[in-house]
Design a protein around this ligand. Structure first.
Ligand SMILES: [Zn+2]
Length: 476
């Protein structure tokens, strides 16, 4: 993408972030009125420009839109009807998928769209399209995340900032730093699937002042720091994309003497929110999204209780409207406002994104930990996979795969085995046997809060709580 165009998107983001600053001192009433205005606009735009939403809202449009009266949507619904969901008829699932195969850095589709893909924890591949204005909001929210964590540009000696995440620009964890880099910071992005020793070398050489890794990787790096192989002194550590457990936060504090700032994002909404300096939970950026937590009977969940269902409404993506969109994460909101005075609600617990590490042995019999994201990212890069689930133990990696219609399953099986073997051996481990089984659909157990655990160790699954996930308590 042209540097000047990218600069324009970032300048727009800086302007939006300036508006965000004033929202910190809003009253809850001001925030609610703003949300209602933005919701009304989003619904009106969807109904006017998306055939899918026009039909869905046939009986729901009135002068006053009540969010709780609108029907619930989900990823399957939106992917199955992709061509009629999007508000630009030039966008079709086929063409967007074709474009995805050609993305190597920050290329735009039709000169105006950034396309992001994910498996998400439900294992069903999702594709999300942002126009340039919407992407500026994403970047502005990323800047707000930095501001909450105390990160600000510095001149003339620029702040050294290192992100560790996906190795593909079709994932948000690489696309945000990739598209947001115009020289304000000295930035470095490291591929999370690189062997740990490589990451350690790269970090020792770069000496980041701000470290932004997946928490599972941060935890491993903290171990390296404590063992003396890693020697860095970041003043800010902020984690993303996975659940930050108490144990991981503790290791980070021990290694670097800083409390990590947790962040919560999805491909559907790359910045749902992040922690402020009080570390009492994740502030939901409620001026750009609405998060509803519902109980088993679809009633609002009580504050402090883990919701059975979470609905996300994106207030700024006009290209692919997401309104009351069900996500698989189980969340709890705080009953109390944050002591920092911001009006944004706090997420105090996340259940259901726990994807277990795969522990294997290297040639000398030492443990090698494969981050769950390492497995999911490499499978995400294989085309012709509609859904999948990985069950593993040190003896075997078992994949259940729902192939795309018309896929050559023999070729797909070979591709999947190959990509996993490459990932595992790149990390220095010996690959156990890989079994690939093709199925027509994956079983979604309501007893597990509707979660499909994408990557899991079956031996621990039955006794591991309703979602099998580590739940993260608010940190008072
Ligand atoms: Zn706060």
């Amino acid at each position: 993408m042209h540097r000047l165009e990218r600069l324009r998107d970032i300048l727009r983001a800086l302007w939006i972030e300036r508006q965000f600053r004033s929202h910190d001192s809003w009253t809850p009433k001001q925030l609610a009125e703003y949300q209602q205005r933005r919701l009304t606009e989003a619904v009106a735009h969807a109904a006017a420009h998306s055939p899918f939403y026009r039909e869905l809202y046939r009986h729901h449009l009135s002068d006053t839109i009540r969010l709780q009266d609108l029907p619930i949507t989900d990823k399957r619904m939106l992917m199955d009807n992709f061509d009629s969901v999007v508000t630009d008829p030039r966008l079709t699932l086929d063409r967007v998928q074709q474009h995805l195969r050609t993305v190597h850095s920050d290329e735009l589709y039709l000169g105006q769209y950034r396309v992001i893909t994910t498996s998400g924890t439900s294992g069903l591949r999702g594709i999300f399209v942002y126009d340039r204005t919407a992407w500026s909001v994403v970047l502005a929210n990323a800047m707000r995340w930095g501001r909450f964590a105390g990160v600000a540009p510095r001149w003339p000696r620029r702040l050294r900032l290192c992100t560790i995440g996906a190795d593909t620009p079709v994932h948000v964890s690489q696309r945000i730093p990739g598209s947001g880099n115009v020289g304000l910071y000295r930035m470095r992005h490291l591929d999370v699937t690189r062997p740990l020793a490589d990451l350690v070398d790269a970090l020792n050489a770069f000496q980041p002042e701000v470290l932004m890794p997946y928490p599972s990787v941060a935890s491993l790096l903290a171990g390296e720091q404590m063992a003396g192989r890693l020697d860095i002194r970041p003043s800010v550590v902020t984690t993303h994309s996975e659940i930050l457990s108490e144990e991981m936060a503790r290791r980070i504090r021990t290694a670097w003497g800083v409390t990590p700032f947790d962040h919560y994002g999805l491909s559907e909404e790359p910045n749902v929110g992040c922690e402020c300096g009080e570390h009492r939970g994740i502030h939901i950026f409620e001026d750009t999204c609405i998060v509803e937590l519902l109980d088993e009977r679809n009633r609002p969940a009580s504050p402090g209780r883990l919701g059975h269902k979470c609905l996300l409404t994106n207030l700024y993506n006009r290209t692919q409207p997401l309104i009351r969109y069900e996500i698989s994460d189980m969340l709890a909101k705080s009953a109390e406002p944050c002591s920092c005075g911001r009006p944004f609600a706090l997420i105090t617990q996340i259940g259901g994104r726990g994807e277990d590490m795969l522990i294997l042995k290297d040639r000398r019999g030492r443990d090698v930990a494969i981050p769950p994201m390492g497995l999911t990212n490499c499978i995400d890069a294989v085309t012709d996979v509609a859904e999948y689930q990985i069950r593993h133990n040190p003896e075997c990696i078992r994949l259940q795969v729902v192939p795309q219609p018309g896929a050559d399953t023999a070729e797909l099986r070979a591709n999947l085995r190959n990509t996993i073997e490459l990932t595992v051996s790149a990390l220095g481990a010996k690959t156990p046997p890989i079994e690939v089984r093709f199925v027509s659909r994956l079983e979604r157990r309501r007893a597990h809060m509707g979660k499909i655990r994408l990557v899991a160790r079956p031996s621990v699954e039955p006794n591991h709580g309703p979602s099998g996930a580590e739940s993260r308590k608010g940190k008072p």
